[in-house]
Design a protein around this ligand. Structure first.
Ligand SMILES: *[C@@H]1O[C@H](CO)[C@@H](O)[C@H](O)[C@H]1NC(C)=O
Ligand SMILES: *[C@@H]1O[C@H](CO)[C@@H](O)[C@H](O)[C@H]1NC(C)=O
Length: 170
């Protein structure tokens, strides 16, 4: 799960310790701190819906990858809507931090899209779509496993989609 550079950081630290070097030059220090920062989180996602869901998520990408505390995180989701999505569609989001489940929150999807001037607006036509959303990650995120489960529903309570996103900062 760790970024490949994580291993090279350990190798550098190990070699430095072994050879008893007390000084690392500025260029090496720079490289080291960048490598450490690069290895500061790991993440994964999966689907938790059924094949009859109205929205089929095809891909989820994030930038930067892996995410970094205190930075903007851009999430790009590609999916297919099997039918038009009308006003009133909503999502129930459950966040679990370090095994502690926070109370679920409901979001009106069309209203949130309007408020955020999102690239996609209701009614969402049947067909393929790409949604990009940027969130500012706080600096003080704890180094505990965080999972976010988002379950979407139509205005008449039929399943839209369900996705889990897991992240762990280290
Ligand atoms: C995140 O994006 C917002 C809006 O574009 C910007 O004002 C803010 O400075 C950015 N934050 C960081 C840490 O880059
Ligand atoms: C959305 O766009 C409108 C019109 O362009 C603008 O007035 C408003 O401030 C924007 N809202 C956000 C949250 O960016």
């Amino acid at each position: 799960m760790f970024h490949p550079k994580f291993h090279s950081v350990h190798a550098i630290l190990f070699i430095t310790a072994l050879s008893g070097l007390s000084a690392v030059n500025a260029a090496e220090q720079q490289q080291l701190s960048e490598s450490v920062r690069d290895a500061h989180s790991s993440w994964a996602w999966n689907l938790c819906g059924t094949p009859s869901d109205i929205v089929e998520i095809k891909s989820l990408e994030i930038n930067p990858d892996p995410p970094e505390k205190g930075q903007n995180l851009t999430i790009t989701v590609k999916g297919v809507a099997k039918e038009q999505i009308e006003d009133g569609a909503y999502a129930s989001v459950v966040i679990t931090i370090g095994g502690i489940k926070l109370p679920p929150k409901e979001y009106d999807l069309c209203e949130e899209a309007r408020k955020a001037n999102a690239s996609i607006q209701c009614p969402i036509e049947k067909g393929e779509h790409e949604v990009t959303q940027t969130v500012e990650l706080p600096k003080e995120i704890p180094n505990w496993p965080i999972s976010i489960q988002a379950q979407g529903f139509t205005a008449d309570d039929r399943d839209l989609t369900c996705a889990n996103f897991m992240v762990k900062f280290t």
